[in-house]
Design a protein around this ligand. Structure first.
Ligand code: GLP
Length: 242
């Protein structure tokens, strides 16, 4: 695992956008694994800017999002569908049929999860997986637990995550308590993983994912076993790394 410690959130966004852009330039048919949350927003803004300046073309790019809330309609402003359309997809020339986000409204969730995995496989796997990290060390919505899901599954969110993410909803009660998330193996199969973290509130999670041990109570720590994983973090998030 390579760790890049940069000066600011802007630098994180810039580096991440350049990594994604160079991949798309090298292979216009790249398959991207995408994340939500506040951390990748700056990266998306830069990618939109590069698209507008004709530096990159998304017409043949395929995307798979990590996760989506369970039983939250796509139109709900707190949904990851809404986030991705507003913050990224509506501003670039990606084909709608190449966008994949788990359907949290699916009647048959198990089928939805199985099919999501198949779609990733059929697309040839993920070339670059962008990740954020929860303050509790979750990646996607793979929460700390004794057993972690290997493939895409329905997850019960922890109190910590509900607390953290309820800021995206008007009322805490509006925040869903379950989500569909790609599993640990789905993420580990990506050819390259790029994890972004900014701010002191991520310092503990970053320390625990880089300490040389894999612990299912710190799901991100599994990334230490990935062959091609890089962390792009700012000084505050790097504070506790030994
Ligand atoms: C959510 C997402 C994660 C993301 C995390 C961190 O829980 N499911 O994929 O990494 O939030 O979010 P933020 O970047 O807002 O700190």
């Amino acid at each position: 695992m390579k760790i890049y410690i940069v000066d600011s959130y802007d630098k994180i966004s810039e580096k991440a956008a350049l990594i994604v852009a160079s991949r798309i330039i090298a292979n216009p048919k790249s398959v991207l694994g995408l994340a939500t949350g506040s951390t990748p927003i700056g990266m998306y803004e830069r990618l939109i800017d590069m698209y507008k300046r004709n530096v990159i073309d998304f017409s043949q790019v395929t995307t798979f999002n990590l996760d989506e809330y369970y039983k939250l309609p796509k139109e709900n402003e707190g949904s990851y569908h809404y986030y991705m359309m507003q913050r990224f997809f509506n501003h670039i020339n990606i084909s709608k049929e190449n966008i994949h986000i788990p359907n949290g409204m699916a009647d048959d969730v198990e089928k939805e999860c199985r099919e999501y995995e198949k779609k990733i496989e059929k697309a040839g796997g993920i070339d670059i997986q962008i990740l954020g990290i929860g303050t509790n060390g979750h990646i996607g919505f793979n929460e700390p637990a004794e057993n972690l899901n290997t493939t895409t599954s329905l997850i019960n969110l922890t109190g910590n995550t509900i607390e953290d993410n309820s800021r995206f909803f008007e009322k805490r009660e509006d925040m869903p308590t379950k989500a569909i998330s790609m599993g640990i193996a789905s993420i580990m199969k990506a050819k390259r993983v790029v994890l972004l973290a900014s701010g002191e509130n991520k310092a503990r999670a970053i320390r625990d994912m880089t300490n040389g041990y894999i612990n299912t109570n710190h799901p991100a720590s599994i990334l230490q076993a990935h062959r091609n994983c890089i962390l792009i973090i700012d000084k505050d998030a790097a504070k506790l790394i030994e």
